[in-house]
Design a protein around this ligand. Structure first.
Ligand code: FES
Ligand code: FES
Length: 162
């Protein structure tokens, strides 16, 4: 039976009627037309469907919509204010850290969560935190560079803001 859920998605209040077990990924892509979040494996093994729920990275293919009720969901579309790019998006672009780019929204969202936890991550921390995100094109070396570039850029703007 469908239930009513009240979510905040990319800063906007959203009401949805859905089966409580329906994956958040389906609600985002099919009901809200937020197709930036990708369907990869559908079973928590690739990270393509990564979104932030209350600031924490989750696999939206494995998250029932009921678990996001009254929570704040951020997708790739909601990372940057206005038409600009989030520093992580800008860093991926600058490093050319994609080939087909299917994994990129998930990688970027996971990197945002990573840099919140580790503002100046070591290679070990980057690899550990992004371990759940797969890139079938094998752009990992460039992704590593992009993460380091994003960290440097975010740290310097934090310093400038002081
Ligand atoms: S689609 Fe969710 S982890 Fe692969
Ligand atoms: S760039 Fe193709 S899957 Fe990562």
């Amino acid at each position: 039976m469908d239930n009513h859920y009240a979510l905040t998605v990319n800063g906007r209040a959203v009401n949805v009627m859905a089966d409580p077990r329906r994956p958040l990924l389906e609600v985002l892509r099919e009901d809200l037309q937020l197709t930036g979040t990708k369907y990869g494996c559908g079973e928590g093994m690739c990270g393509a469907c990564s979104v932030l729920v209350d600031g924490k990275r989750v696999f939206s293919c494995m998250t029932p919509v009921a678990e996001a009720d009254h929570k704040s969901v951020t997708t790739i579309e909601g990372l940057a204010p206005g038409d600009g790019l989030h520093p992580v998006q800008a860093a991926f672009l600058a490093e050319g850290a994609f080939q087909c780019a299917y994994c990129t929204p998930g990688m970027v969202v996971a990197t945002v969560a990573l840099l919140k936890e580790y503002p100046n991550p070591s290679t070990f921390e980057i690899v550990k935190m992004l371990d759940g995100n797969l890139c079938r094109c094998g752009t990992y070396p460039r992704i590593l560079k992009a993460v380091r570039r994003a960290a440097a850029s975010m740290n310097s703007s934090t310093r400038e803001a002081r």
